[in-house]
Design a binder for this molecule. Sequence first.
Ligand SMILES: Cc1cc2nc3c(=O)[nH]c(=O)nc-3n(C[C@H](O)[C@H](O)[C@H](O)COP(=O)(O)OP(=O)(O)OC[C@H]3O[C@@H](n4cnc5c(N)ncnc54)[C@H](O)[C@@H]3O)c2cc1C
Length: 453
Amino acid sequence: MEYDVIVVGAGTAGCLAAKTTAEAGLKVCLIERKRRGDVGRKICGDALGEHHLRNVGLEKPQHGELETRIEGVRIYSPDLETAFTVEHEDFSGYMLNRHSFGQWLLNMCLDRGVDLMDSTQCLEPIIDGSCVKGVLVKNMKTGGKFHVYGKVIVDASGFLGVIRRKLPPEMNIENSISNGDVEACYREIRQLKEENDEAEYCEIYLNQKVTPGGYTWIFPKSGAKVNVGLGVCMREEFPNPKDQLYRHVLTRPVFEGSTLVDGGAWYDPTRRPLDNMVGNGVIIVGDAACLVNPIHGGGIGPSMLSGYLAGKTIIEAVEEGDVSQNALWQYNIRYMEQYGAKQASLDVFRMLLLTCKDEDLNYGMKYKLLTEEDVLKAGLGEEFRLNITETTRRVFRGIRRVRFLNRLRVAVNLMRRVKAHYRSYPASPSEFGEWQMGTLALFREAKSKLMAE
Ligand SMILES: Cc1cc2nc3c(=O)[nH]c(=O)nc-3n(C[C@H](O)[C@H](O)[C@H](O)COP(=O)(O)OP(=O)(O)OC[C@H]3O[C@@H](n4cnc5c(N)ncnc54)[C@H](O)[C@@H]3O)c2cc1C
């Protein structure tokens, strides 16, 4: 049998793509290497902004999937002397019971008639001429290999990008992601002896010595449990995140007498979106397309959004009987407009943070060279212009940190230019080459101006 849509991976991205297309009556197959009961088990911080559910038309789940309510984020300077509290609609939401949340999404797919092939590993795409026509899979119980054919194949396999890695160069899709754009993470769910007083805030700790290019998080879960972990940027010689957690975080008094509920390591791609996410008969969504917020690493929201937008695009393409790169291009346009431009501009901000010294962060946060408002605006993807009087005030405050202030100014300017560039994302593949050259030039400039030590 040939399916209209084959979705590889039943994570948050894949489930939204499968649900959306099945709702329109398309014949959908969802291929997942985990067993059905394990779908939703993911190494994650488990935090989700409430607006991400609304963006894809989902009602709030009601059966324990949303574990605790979060009112905002508290960010600590490396010396712990300053804490910024960011409270805004976009920074409030929930700590998820990740497993139940994943099962909730999967059940929505099954209720809409999606065929699930669980315990089935996708090995590679089947490419016929210049078009993806299906996938080669392996039944993990029997070891048997077989082909599954479909009109559109969705790569929702997460960081591994099992389809993306094997697409031909003429599709203009990056096959591999540079290590410097990936965070190596380790996290544990731990049962504390006592509930934290501030259980409604997600805590983030910046410290380049403990987490070079990343951060430590302590997020409150129900019943005095916490999700605690850290990520380090995989550039140069980076430390082992589990060692760092045990050495620098779990030694704090709050973890005394705590017990391990669950632990594990995984990767988070924190860069701009893939410049192009479609080819003939293929669409890439979620982590497979690097759709994660580059500064805080949150990817559940953008992955669901991408699955939803890919689904809408596939429905139109299948109805028109044209699943070419040209016909699927609309997905690129939709994503870049709704989240991609913001994501790309935040990648510039990430480059600034990557090479910030702890001393600069301590000073910058204490003396408000960087304000809570800036962090909020950066997080929201809004433009924060340093206005003249404000800049002058900051120059006086920052006289000892002029280099940091200059880099901040360069970053703000580049973020604005990147956003403007993404607003002119090409209307069709024929104009892509020129646009991508502009993108590469902008990011080269950002790297050379912000990341040179
Ligand atoms: C430690 C850590 C903490 C994070 N914390 C947060 C957070 O607090 N909030 C937030 O919003 N985001 C967070 N993220 C990011 C978030 O987890 C991801 O962005 C999001 O889960 C991506 O969803 P996805 O569906 O694209 O991929 P995934 O959730 O990875 O799903 C991919 C699916 O594909 C399946 N698969 C893979 N290969 C194959 C194959 N060959 N054949 C068949 N199936 C396959 C996998 O089993 C999996 O089910 C965190 C990430 C990490 C690593």
